[in-house]
Design a protein around this ligand. Structure first.
Ligand code: ADP
Ligand code: ZN
Length: 731
């Protein structure tokens, strides 16, 4: 009988699997287990994807794997199907895709998490035994006495308080048969004290929850409702239902949406410990949460993007909150969309998936309109949310000083006097985006990027926001010696201007510069919620997930920044942002107001947003997309390349384009190569080639035929390149 061959996904940049002979001894290999194998002159850890008897290379040339690391598969067949599919769809090496699905500790060979070690006296051990111990073994005596007085046993942390040498004392006591070791629970099931029960659902919420709860197999729902309309209450109701059936729920949120408050709300409402997975965890924390989910002990898992790869032995429901958020798409390496994978996975698992948003992505709206997803709408709650009134401030008639026009300052004064809170939004940190010579017009530029250095006055530095380069801000022009002048504004400058205009009203600024220190963000949010801060100034960090019920005025300093993006999604992004920011105003019983400063008050997009709402805007903007064939009415992939010499990046892209001509181009068109919107970044030249098709299937079959040839191109050795399927950013 031919020997079984292990087919292994190994973390390498190659688009293939690797065959190995099974190890000489150890556990019986089966798919989903990790295996340690020789690779070149070193060793690697991979995942067995299948067992086969037909190796892809002659059996004599196969190497023998060293050892199988797991008794049980770490990845079940369902998850492996997801990973195999994702590797094919996103054209990314299977070994890297498998690696992305595992916590780092498992990738490095550690075992899954186990409960804490504990020690307790054996049943026949008593106080007499302490006396019988050698008088000189004083530590053993102390440790045994401590253990006898705590019948549930003690863990390592507690024992360490007795002495640094406790472990050898405990080992000696174990050898004497006086003490035994056990393991505590991995994921204690003791209920968390329940907080307030949820409010009774309103009729729209009841309808939504019922639709989701009665789905007996795969069904995708778009839960559309503004912030505060009660989407989270619907999620909680559906999760409770899953808990009653002993099934797991996976909740994906954007990076910035996973706050301690959200976790607290879920835990106290559901009365159980919720597993959390996000990038801020250390390896052990991540491993523990992952293991708790993989063993079915954690029933509710909340996480950011990569949590979509959490094993779910008892799957019941997947929720993607703020589904339009760009952070759900990985922007480097394995460029997957966690939202799209969530829908694919739910279909495989035959369970419902809920996509929630106040401002759904056009892709999702189109799926709802075509009937693939069921639309569930939550109207704004009566009595609380009166639509804010929106005013455009024409900056041509009312020039701004330090970024703030007279009418905006007057509004702020009014709202502060009426005891309202004010939110001022500008998505640019630093003092000014440009530092310019007053005489010759020279501008501080980054030496490594096609970008201007942003002036940070508090730090007296100019910083490139693209590559992080920083240097002392020049006081005089290096060319002509005349003074340098800050042009334009960032949050730092607006802060100065606001403090000058409203010296008696406490202000907090929230951006990446002010929240670098641990806890600073939470403190700032708390100051706003307690009412201590009257003016809240910030960047995009403010716009998600946080309720500021006493904010009555929102001022958008610069609408034009968002209106004229290079990307076809610029309008959609701006509208989402506008709704998210203006949604902060007047949530409680007070009517809210929004003031937008712009040089282009007649811009059709602005007018539409001011006059109606996101959906009306979306209808119009989607009609334009349909005409142009952009997503969701066309399907894209982006080939990016960069190199320290321009001709190497473009040489590769040209060769890639020529290669495409050899592949049958059935209703697939190529645009480019073209320079990236910022052609030079960190000293490297960047270009791109856009691929567009009328259907997903056509795009996929083209990529499958084209992609293998890219690896083979001679020019590929001189450039760093990547392929982005369904890109959300076109740079
Ligand atoms: P969203 O997730 O859409 O932002 P939430 O579910 O967080 O909305 O609800 C916003 C606030 O309104 C929360 O404080 C929530 O407890 C409350 N709320 C939601 N639904 C109801 C309801 N049916 N009755 C009373 N209060 C509700
Ligand atoms: Zn730079």
């Amino acid at each position: 009988m031919p020997e079984t061959i292990l087919r292994v996904a190994l973390p390498t940049p190659l688009m293939r699997l690797f065959d190995y002979l099974p190890p000489d001894d150890g556990p019986e290999p089966s798919p989903g287990q990790r295996v340690r194998v020789p690779f070149g002159r070193s060793e690697r850890i991979g995942i067995i994807t299948e067992l086969t008897v037909t190796p892809s290379v002659p059996v004599e040339s196969l190497r023998r794997s060293k050892s199988v690391l797991d008794e049980q598969p770490l990845l079940d067949p369902e998850l492996r199907r997801l990973l195999d599919w994702a590797s094919g769809y996103y054209q990314y090496p299977p070994g890297e895709v498998y690696a992305a699905a595992l916590p780092a500790a498992l990738r490095r060979g550690r075992g899954p998490a186990t409960g804490h070690e504990r020690w307790q006296p054996t049943t026949n051990c008593s106080a007499d035994d302490v006396e019988r111990l050698d008088k000189r073994a004083s530590l053993q005596r102390r440790v045994l006495a401590a253990l006898l007085s705590s019948p549930d046993g003690l863990d390592a942390a507690t024992l360490a308080t007795h002495s640094a040498g406790w472990r050898s004392a405990v080992d000696a006591l174990c050898d004497k048969g006086l003490v035994e070791r056990s393991r505590g629970e991995l994921w204690p099931s003791t209920p968390i004290p329940a907080g307030q029960p949820g409010p009774p659902l309103n009729p729209a919420q009841v309808r939504a929850a019922a639709a989701i709860n009665t789905a007996r197999a795969f069904a995708a729902f778009l839960l559309a409702g503004v912030t505060g309309s009660g989407k989270t209450e619907v999620y909680l109701t559906c999760i409770e239902k899953q808990l009653q059936a002993d099934r797991q729920s996976l909740v994906l949120v954007p990076e910035i949406g996973l706050t301690p408050q959200l976790l607290e709300r879920f835990q106290s409402r559901l009365g159980i410990r919720v597993a959390v997975l996000h990038s801020g965890l250390n390896d052990s924390e991540r491993l523990l949460a992952w293991t708790a989910a993989a063993t079915g002990q954690a029933k509710v898992i909340i996480g950011t993007r990569s949590a979509i790869f959490t094993p779910l032995p008892k799957p019941g429901l997947i929720i993607v909150d703020e589904e339009h958020d760009a952070s759900l798409k990985q922007q480097e390496g394995f460029r997957y969309s966690a939202r799209d994978l969530a829908v694919w996975r739910a279909r495989q698992l035959r369970i419902p998936v809920v996509l929630g948003s106040a401002t759904p992505a056009f892709e999702t709206l189109e799926n709802a309109q075509s009937g693939r997803y069921e639309l569930l709408e939550l109207p704004e709650r009566p009595g609380t949310a009166t639509h804010p009134s929106v005013h455009l401030i024409d900056l041509r008639r009312h020039p701004a000083r330090d970024g703030l026009s007279e009418p905006l300052l007057a509004r702020i004064r009014q709202h502060l006097d009426a005891n309202g809170q004010v939110l001022v939004y500008l998505n640019r940190r630093g003092f000014s985006p440009v530092l310019m010579c007053t005489a010759c017009g020279a501008i501080a530029e980054c030496a490594r990027c096609d970008a201007r250095m942003v002036y940070h006055r508090q730090r007296s530095q100019v910083i490139c926001h693209h590559c992080g380069q920083q240097r002392t801000a020049p006081e005089a022009c290096p060319d002509c010696g005349e003074p340098m002048l800050p042009v334009g504004q960032g949050t730092e400058r607006i802060e100065t201007a606001l403090r000058e205009a409203f010296p008696d009203d406490p202000l907090v600024r929230i951006d990446r510069d002010t929240t670098r220190r641990r806890g600073a963000f939470e403190r700032a949010i708390a100051a706003v919620r307690s009412g201590e801060a009257r003016i809240l100034l910030g960047t995009q960090m403010l716009t998600k997930g946080h309720d500021f019920p006493d904010v009555t005025l929102v001022g958008i300093v610069d609408a034009d920044q968002g209106l004229f993006g290079t990307d076809f999604r610029a309008g959609e992004r701006f509208a989402q942002l506008f709704v998210q920011v203006s949604g902060r105003a007047g949530r409680a019983s007070r009517p809210g107001e929004v003031c937008i400063q712009t040089l282009y008050p007649e811009h059709p997009l602005l007018r539409l947003l001011v006059a109606s709402d996101y959906r009306a805007f979306a209808t119009q903007a989607m009609a334009e997309r349909r005409q142009a064939g952009w997503p969701p009415f066309g399907y894209l992939a982006l080939l990016r390349a960069e190199a320290s010499q321009r001709q190497h990046a473009f040489g590769f892209l040209e060769a890639a384009r020529a290669l495409a001509d050899d592949v049958r181009l059935d209703q697939v068109s190529l645009l480019g190569p073209a320079p990236a919107p910022m052609e030079r970044r960190q000293g490297r030249y960047r270009g791109q080639l856009l691929i567009r098709a009328d259907s997903r299937a056509r795009l996929q079959s083209f990529l499958q035929a084209w992609r293998p040839g890219l690896d083979e191109l001679r020019e590929a050795r001189r450039a760093r390149w990547s392929l982005d399927v369904d890109p959300v950013e076109l740079f």
